[in-house]
Design a protein around this ligand. Structure first.
Ligand code: SAH
Length: 342
């Protein structure tokens, strides 16, 4: 089967899919994300949402949509910041796009005060309606990819099949036309792998189309690369450790790095405007995370060491600061801080 089929089954199969059956976060879980590292992350997103609302001309109503909200921590921290402003509950309608029952239960507990509604698919978001603000942290990396490998000078799709009772990678016997491979990687050396994040591009277009129609702003934060390139980034994590992605289907988190150039291209094609790509460190610094950390440390002196460590984890070059990127896209004529006009 195609890697995209394998990934979709492992992550989202109704009975056995990784996301359907467990809460992958926290101490006993498999991984930890930026909003789970520190409340500062969600608070910064809250400040961004407030700025985006202003950039949209302070509409009376907005739908604030989060894709894959996990435990609801980011939204809770963001809304705590926004709640300082007047009439926020009248203006902001919270919509959560989620497929995981355990996650929905956690979100319900955490966010019931904001009376959110749930959808299980981006395509279920209304194409008409009030302006949209969309947030996605570590959502796009979980969407299925396909891989293609150069073998004897031609590109072949990488497939997964059984050898005895063990899953193995192999290559499709039929080769792809070279023109189906992006120019940036077409001439890569023998053995190179190119990843096509088609589901991510499709999801980004679904959001972009709605933003173009309704007016709006989207913020996508994820690990990935700025320019389309060759490389195998398909990976599995179980118990906080790298695992063999074919070893225990449905038991490990499977992800791939996001091709932000491809995402921006898809967004532009669907009528939204991709803004300059920032690293997570650049974005958080521009949004004032350093003074925020200082204020937090001043009011919680006993926590100041861990606040400094969290800041480093979110922004350090060797940690999340450089690998994670922030892509903002908007309807025409809207430029929320810190994304200037382009
Ligand atoms: N944003 C959260 C969680 C990231 S993990 C955080 O930063 O902590 C990915 C999230 O996306 C999980 O909540 C998972 O259940 C959800 N998810 C994965 N695939 C999805 C899909 N196809 N549609 C909707 N939600 C999905």
């Amino acid at each position: 089967m195609s890697l995209s089929t394998y990934m979709a089954l492992c992550l989202s199969h109704p009975a056995h899919g990784y996301y359907r059956t467990r809460d992958p976060f926290g101490r006993g879980g498999d991984f930890i994300t930026a909003p789970e590292v520190s409340q500062m992350f969600g608070e910064i997103i809250g400040a961004f949402v407030a700025g985006a609302w202003q950039a949209l001309g302070r509409p009376q109503k907005v739908d604030l949509v989060e894709l894959g909200p996990g435990r609801g921590t980011l939204m809770a921290d963001a809304m705590r910041v926004a709640a300082g402003a007047e009439r926020v509950s009248e203006i902001i309608n919270v919509v959560l796009v989620e497929i995981s029952e355990p996650m929905i239960a956690a979100q319900r507990e955490r966010l019931s005060g904001f009376e959110p509604s749930w959808l299980d698919d981006i395509e279920a978001i209304d194409v008409g309606g009030p302006p949209l603000i969309v947030i996605a942290n570590e959502f796009f990396d979980a969407l299925p990819i396909k891989q293609f490998q150069k073998s004897a000078g031609a590109w072949h799709e990488r497939l997964i099949g059984l050898e005895g009772d063990v899953l193995r990678f192999g290559l499709s016997p039929a080769s792809m036309p070279a023109t189906a491979i992006p120019e940036a990687v077409r001439n890569a050396e023998e053995g190179s792998i190119w990843e096509a994040g088609l589901a991510a591009q499709q999801a980004a277009q679904g959001i972009a189309r709605r933003i173009a129609a309704r007016g709006g702003v989207a913020l996508v934060i994820d690990y990935g690369y700025a320019e389309t390139q060759a490389g195998d980034t398909f990976q599995a994590v179980a118990d906080h450790r790298p695992a063999d992605p074919l070893a225990s289907p449905g038991e490990a988190d499977l992800t791939a790095h996001v091709d932000f150039a491809a995402l921006a291209g898809a967004v532009a094609e669907a009528g939204a405007i991709p803004r300059e790509l920032l690293t997570q460190a650049q974005f958080l610094a521009a949004m004032g995370i350093v003074p925020r950390a200082k204020t937090l440390s001043r009011t919680n002196p006993h926590l100041s060491e861990s606040i400094t460590a969290d800041l480093q984890r979110l922004t350090g070059r060797e940690q999340m600061g450089a690998l994670f990127k922030v892509l903002c896209f908007t309807s025409p004529g809207v430029a929320p801080y810190p994304f200037g006009d382009t």
